[in-house]
Design a protein around this ligand. Sequence first.
Ligand SMILES: C[S@@+](CC[C@H](N)C(=O)[O-])C[C@H]1O[C@@H](n2cnc3c(N)ncnc32)[C@H](O)[C@@H]1O
Length: 248
Amino acid sequence: MTTTTGRMKTGAVTHEFDHAADAYDRLVGANPGYHRDLRTSVRRLRLPGRGEGLRLLDLGCGTGASTAALAEAAPRARIVAVDASQGMLDAARSKVWPHGVEFHRARAETLTPEWVAERLGGPADAVFAAYLIRNVPDPDALLSAVSAVLRPGGRVALHEYSVADSVSARAVWTAVCWGVVIPSGRALTGRADLFRYLWRSVVEFDGARALLARMRAAGLESVAGAPLPGWQYGITHTFVGARPGGRW
Ligand SMILES: C[S@@+](CC[C@H](N)C(=O)[O-])C[C@H]1O[C@@H](n2cnc3c(N)ncnc32)[C@H](O)[C@@H]1O
């Protein structure tokens, strides 16, 4: 990780997300498959019974795109969505949500079982974290926190860019960022820092093998990665795992 990227993750990236919050939905709406791929990753959690009786966490919920994917798959669940950026949370809260969905401001890696139990009424049955883990300064601390807030047998799905294991994925990612994402981000938000950071943070992030190893080291079992289709094939992935010790 370069110093610049590391410094961004300890705080500046939150200010950049605050600044980009109003344009965020337009930006991701221009990305073909963005919402479809979130729904696919949520399906990989295999949530039963339309979520009846389930307690779910959406970490790094942003403006609520990932929360909407969770709520669609599990409309009867209780969902606590968490983000560090007030601007992103304000945008999420301005939308209409089913009963049972709540938003809270917190850094995901600092969540404790007590904090979660207070808001969800018990440990989480499942955790979804879309485009979060690459943004935290200590991914192992995040995975430990996730493991600790899950009930035994509870599942996690990380939806994330990972290109380090593939030369062609890195090349496509770089071309898309410098050809489309950075210019569009600058045009819509008036600055490019967040979008240059996006490019660099993905290039520097774990390959799939390294991330799966981190998940195992955090005590998760049945870990596996699966690709997503379209131009993002080999770039965006779902990584699933479960806390040992229980069943659904
Ligand atoms: C790329 S956005 C993704 C938002 C949403 N999950 C989605 O799929 O559209 C990443 C989000 O993670 C949040 N974030 C970054 N670091 C965080 C942290 N340590 N704790 C909580 N949220 C964080 C950012 O504020 C931002 O809203």
